[in-house]
Design a protein around this ligand. Structure first.
Ligand code: UDX
Length: 444
């Protein structure tokens, strides 16, 4: 059992804290947001993440997980202090380090005994060294400490599973003894541990997210070409994925990546490159392809309906991906805006995201279920691939829609099934016309 403090109880901090507590450690989770901490003490979670509520409750009850707003209390016996605060996008695409900076200042001021600072937040290369300087500058008396970078690779919606079964743990520090101690903490997870220097560890995180984003933009570019040539990108991806050098993951074409990580991390990496005089050609293309997907989908709706002005358009799914209520950089926000700018009335349904979505899209009318939405709309647009949508009663849908039309931004339906039901269907790079026939044949 180790004493661990986690600074920041957002997605990453809360999952990290609850999981380390579940592994038998004594965890104090700190946040400066008093309301958040008061809620957590009562077992109320500020975010939706499958399995997290049970994990927090169990470890609160066992006394292994404590919540506080006091740095003094949190640092008293801490052997490890994880920094897991947000690093949002700054004005020019750079990562904004104000939360990391204030966490480091407070740690420096309140630290009363030697400890290891572990940075989980995604931070620009070189930040670990800077954090060490900020802590030192804020200490009244010199207390030794080490900084280790341990980037998180958690996906929202499966964050606990990802924490407990990581593909790898990356540790970066020049202090090998400190890295070894952090490695010990991760041993129960039985994953390969890569130990390197601070800057390289920080870069591994950016390079990983940039690579995954590139994979998504690559398949979206192929989708674009498939559409023009009459091929089906879903089958192309299946055929490619069996090659072990390519692999089947992250080859789903559609609306591109959104969320709190990929968009800001690719931008931040490009910014770091530019700052050092390197032109990030590929990253620029990845970002351009990604933002085009949203425009292309709105264009598809316009083409399908002739004109969207005065028409009701229903969005199926609002969150940036399924199994989360996170609306950060969700494609649905841009799509709703593009459609309302063109004169459409936008309505929507999402299984868990409607409350949060309403705050960012106040003019969109939220509807209680997919069928009530379908009844009132001239077109349904799939923005998020929730399982619930994969299992819709499509026959019922085809009967209740005034003129059945689905524009599927996530390719969850089979064009042939849709054609059989008399639903006009447009996917992303499917190479089929709305009548279910391959485009090349219908276009002669
Ligand atoms: C990601 C990384 O996976 C994680 O390692 C990192 O620490 C944080 O960022 P997350 O943003 O939660 O996690 O979601 P992820 O499941 O990776 O999906 C990211 C985005 O890519 C989503 O918008 C998703 O819809 C999109 N995506 C993913 C695709 O468009 N196609 C795919 O094939 C896969």
């Amino acid at each position: 059992m180790k004493n661990i403090t986690v600074v920041g109880v957002g997605y990453v901090g809360l999952v990290t804290g609850a999981c380390f507590a579940d592994l038998g450690n004594r965890v104090t989770a700190l946040d400066i947001d008093e309301e958040r901490i008061a809620g957590l003490k009562r077992g109320e979670l500020p975010i939706y993440e499958p399995g997290l509520e049970e994990l927090v409750e169990r470890n609160l009850a066992a006394g292994r997980l404590l919540f506080t707003t006091s740095y003094e209390d949190a640092l008293q016996d801490a052997e490890f202090v994880f920094i897991a605060v947000g690093t949002p996008e700054g004005g020019d695409g750079e990562a904004d380090l104000k939360y990391v900076s204030s966490a480091a200042e407070s740690i420096g001021k309140m630290m009363s005994a030697s400890c290891i600072i572990v940075n989980k937040s995604t931070v620009p290369v070189g930040t670990g060294d800077w954090v060490a300087d900020v802590i030192t500058a804020n200490q009244d008396q010199s207390i030794p400490f080490s900084v280790v970078s341990c980037p998180e690779f958690l996906r929202e919606g499966s964050a606990i599973q990802d924490f407990m079964n990581p593909a790898r743990t990356v540790l970066g520090s020049l202090d090998l003894d400190a890295a070894e101690k952090v490695a010990q903490l991760h041993l129960p997870l039985r994953a390969p541990i890569v130990v390197t220097d601070l800057r390289t560890a920080e870069m591994i995180k950016y390079a990983s997210n940039a690579f995954l984003s590139t994979k998504i933009s690559f398949i979206n570019e192929i989708a674009n070409i498939c559409e023009a040539l009459g091929a089906d990108v879903k089958e192309v991806a299946t055929g490619m994925g069996y090659d072990p050098r390519i692999g089947p993951h992250f080859l789903d074409a559609g609306l591109g990546y959104g969320g709190s990580c990929f968009p800001k991390d690719v931008k931040a990496l490009a910014y770091m490159a530019e700052e050092k005089g390197r032109h990030p050609q590929l990253l620029d293309a990845v970002m351009e392809i990604n933002s085009d997907r949203r425009r292309q989908l709105a264009e598809k709706v316009r083409t399908a309906l002739g004109d969207v002005n005065g028409k009701n358009i229903g969005l199926l799914g609002l969150t940036f991906k399924p199994n989360t209520d996170d609306m950060r950089d969700a494609p649905s926000v841009d799509i709703a805006r593009l459609l309302s700018d063109a004169g459409a009335k936008v309505l929507a349904y999402d299984p868990v995201g409607m409350e949060r979505a309403q705050a960012v899209m106040p003019s969109v009318e939220m509807v209680a279920d997919p069928y009530s939405l379908a009844e009132r709309c001239q077109a349904l647009v799939v923005c998020t691939e929730w399982n619930e949508f994969k299992q819709l009663d499509l026959e019922r849908l085809s009967e209740i829609m005034p003129v059945p039309l689905i524009v599927d931004g996530r390719n969850i339906y089979d064009p042939k099934v849709m054609a059989g039901l008399g639903i006009r269907y447009f996917g992303m790079g499917r190479g089929y016309g709305p009548d279910g026939n391959p485009l090349q044949e219908t276009s002669g």
